[in-house]
Ligand binder design. Structure first.
Ligand code: 9D3
Length: 270
């Protein structure tokens, strides 16, 4: 998988991509990350990448010419080929106006050979980039960043860990929370699995008691059926508290619904 990142701050990526799973994936050649300095695609003496907005208003806008020149220099397939899916590659514009980046989009990107990411800066990017150069506009969340660079780093990280061979235990990427979609009736997670569609259950390691805080006794006991049920209940509990929206989507099993009903009544007590 090749990631190509178009940015005015290539040095920004020294750091986020040099640790852990992403670093190892680069070292083993599972992924390649290439940084494109947008200023190298300017033609004027001052290497200008931005200009004032037509129609007036605050701030500066990234000019289209260097962005088009840069992406075209990478030898990407025609936009039509990309959009139809005939080319196994995509060009993404990172912008606050984009569709939300989700685990589902990460999975889609993980199936491609090449992902080009354009990082916006200033108050925005000339709209012709979104209309005619990028295949899609993606936001990483409902908050305002200073530019798309953090978004691009997040996408590299998220997609890389989905690639077969990126994790020590290849099965574990499949088990993570937000892979979602585990239906009722499908067997619940076993003792080593996370809880499909829910937030993860709490984890503990040694010591069994730390500053007076004990690890739940049941986890030390080793009754795996009990442990499985406890983890499912804890996952439901945490999801209800922190992400109730996930419960609406979740198709819960009969046992889950019973547990959840209990938790809701407990919560309502003073
Ligand atoms: C008031 C208008 N602002 C839009 C919300 C202007 C503006 C602010 C910040 C335009 C661009 C930016 C820079 N942000 C990104 O380029 C960006 C981003 C983000 O701000 N939030 C979430 N995801 C992303 S991806 C790129």
């Amino acid at each position: 998988m090749k990631f190509e990142i178009v940015t005015i701050f290539p040095d920004f990526f020294r750091g986020p991509l040099d640790y852990g799973i992403v670093r190892r994936a680069r070292e083993t050649g599972l992924i390649e990350v290439s940084l494109q300095d947008l200023r190298n695609f300017t033609t004027d003496k001052h290497r200008t990448v931005d200009d004032r907005p037509f129609g007036g208003g605050e701030g500066m806008v990234l000019k289209p010419e260097p962005l088009f020149k840069c992406v075209e220099s990478l030898g990407v397939a025609d936009r039509e080929e990309r959009l139809s899916g005939r080319a196994n590659e995509t060009v993404i514009l990172l912008s606050p106006q984009g569709r939300m980046f989700t685990q589902a989009l990460a999975r889609e990107l993980a199936s491609l050979e090449r992902v080009v990411m354009i990082c916006g800066r200033y108050e925005g990017v000339d709209e012709r980039v979104a209309e005619a150069l990028a295949d899609r506009e993606v936001s990483i969340g409902e908050y305002v960043l200073s530019g798309g660079e953090l978004g691009a780093a997040i996408i590299v990280d998220t997609v890389t860990r989905l690639l077969p061979g990126a994790l020590g235990n290849e099965a574990s990427a499949q088990q993570e929370s937000f892979t979602a979609g585990v239906k009722a009736g499908t067997e619940g997670p076993d003792s080593t699995c996370a809880s499909g569609g829910l937030l993860d259950y709490p984890h503990y390691t040694r010591p069994a008691e730390f500053r007076g805080m004990a690890v739940p006794e049941l986890l030390i006991g080793g009754n795996h059926e009990q442990i499985r049920k406890w983890r499912r209940r804890k996952a439901l509990e945490k999801t209800l508290r922190n992400r109730p929206d996930l419960l609406d989507r979740e198709t819960l099993s009969e046992a889950d619904r019973k547990l959840l009903a209990e938790l809701v009544t407990q919560k309502e007590k003073p």
